[in-house]
Design a protein. Structure first.
Length: 132
């Protein structure tokens, strides 16, 4: 389980697992993200990004957080954070896990999706009701 220490009123979080496929181990890789926005929703004032890996370990992805912290929540910075997460994952897990069928190439997609959802929730907590 992943828990974030503080959840501010202006914050949003999201958990995005790798997609399930027949014959593939579930939860091979997943991203969890927490973000907080300033009152105007113009700047990310807190960012936490973690990846859960094939080995069952959860790792904080500081380079991806750094790409977003103190910046406006825009497409360019989210893409930069996703690339940073991808590079981090390739260093941490250089080869696909046995039985998983997934390589870490999916890490960028998972982080991008989780950041998008977390920002949407921070802006409007009701906007993604029912979505992980």
């Amino acid at each position: 389980a992943v828990a974030f220490a503080a959840h501010e009123r202006s914050g949003g979080s999201a958990f995005v697992p790798a997609p399930l496929a027949p014959g593939v181990a579930p939860a091979s890789l997943a991203a969890a993200v927490y973000v907080a926005l300033d009152a105007a929703h113009a700047t990310l004032t807190n960012v936490r990004i973690v990846l859960a890996g094939f080995d069952g370990q959860v790792r904080r992805v500081q380079p991806a957080e750094d790409a977003l912290w103190g910046r406006p929540p825009g497409v360019t910075d989210i893409a930069r954070a996703a690339r940073a997460a991808q590079e981090f994952a390739l260093q941490e897990w250089p080869a696909p896990a046995p039985r998983s069928g997934f390589s870490v190439q999916v890490a960028a997609h998972l982080v991008r999706e989780a950041v998008d959802r977390a920002i949407a929730r921070a802006r409007d907590p009701e906007s993604l009701r029912g979505i992980a």
